[in-house]
Design a protein around this ligand. Structure first.
Ligand SMILES: [Zn+2]
Length: 286
């Protein structure tokens, strides 16, 4: 299935230069394996409360290993339902609670969840400058060692559905802008923040995994991921069409089985895959 991948990795290895990383190569790996990271600040930018679910095993592991994980979600998720009974306000509140409960399963404190309050489904029509400024502020506040985000693409732009597409580029643009003192200068002169360059990135995807170069072994955190996923009852299972705040035992069991089924296996291990990148933000897509 991945014959092309192994060819590319071999090729990149042939041209690897003695430690000087100019931009992305197919063989780029974290200096310390993700499973051994500790003491880092981790920031994830997503469009919806549950975009982080693709990385929940890794995030639970990082939090357990003494890293601080923060989730920054751009929209309230106030459109994502097929239940005709729910209003935008109700759905936004439901999804906030689901996310907080999910994060609790992962050991991530509730005050590490930051929702920027944009409308679901409309992210790409927002004032881009204002959204980037908002994200830059959070990057400069949290000063993450590693930024998790939707993958904006490598060499070519990557297509995602609406808000995910917008979130990929907004996160990339914000990471780039955050390092320039004279961009959104008021944050520095008036708000006491400092410019900041994000050194490492973990880009996630929900389909077409061919650019992945890091696979995190989440074997010990599968249960936490499954338990977290089972809280998104407005998104998965029968609650998608007919929301019920208290799903039955049978429904929860079904959701857990589904959640388990979404976890990929590689070399016999339960894994989450990412495109890892380390270097100047300008080259994150090269
Ligand atoms: Zn989403």
């Amino acid at each position: 299935m991945r014959l092309v991948r192994s060819g590319l990795v071999a090729l990149a290895g042939m041209f690897a230069t003695g430690g000087l990383v100019v931009g992305q190569t197919a063989s780029q790996k974290p200096e310390v394996p993700v499973e051994k990271w500790t003491g880092k600040t981790i920031m994830l930018i997503g469009a919806h409360a549950d975009d982080d679910a693709l990385s929940h095993g890794t995030l639970a592991m990082l939090q357990a290993h003494g890293n601080q994980v923060y989730i920054v979600t751009l929209t309230t998720g106030n459109v994502g339902t097929q239940d005709p009974k729910l209003s935008r306000t109700q759905l936004a509140e439901i999804r906030r609670q689901e996310e907080l409960e999910a994060l609790k399963e992962l050991g991530i404190p509730g005050d590490h969840y930051i929702n920027l309050g944009y409308d679901d489904g409309m992210l790409e029509f927002e004032d881009r400058k204002a959204v980037v400024e908002n994200l830059v502020r959070w990057i400069r506040k949290l000063r993450p060692d590693v930024l998790f985000a939707w993958d904006p693409g490598k060499n070519f732009q990557r297509w995602h559905k609406s808000d995910h597409r917008a979130a990929a580029y907004l996160a990339a643009d914000a990471a780039r802008a955050a390092m320039w003192r004279l961009l959104f200068e008021g944050q520095i002169t008036q708000e006491g923040l400092k410019e900041f360059m994000v050194p490492e990135y973990m880009f996630y995807n929900d389909y077409d995994f061919q650019d992945e170069n890091v696979w995190v072994d989440i074997t010990d955190f599968v249960d936490k991921r499954v338990s977290a996923d089972a809280h998104y009852s407005s998104q998965y299972g029968p609650g998608w069409k007919n929301y019920n705040a208290n799903p039955s035992e049978e429904e929860v069991k079904e959701m857990r089985a589904w959640a388990l089924d979404t976890i990929r296996t590689r070399d016999g291990k339960r894994t989450e895959g990412f495109r890892y990148y380390r270097g100047l933000p300008d080259a994150m897509g090269k």
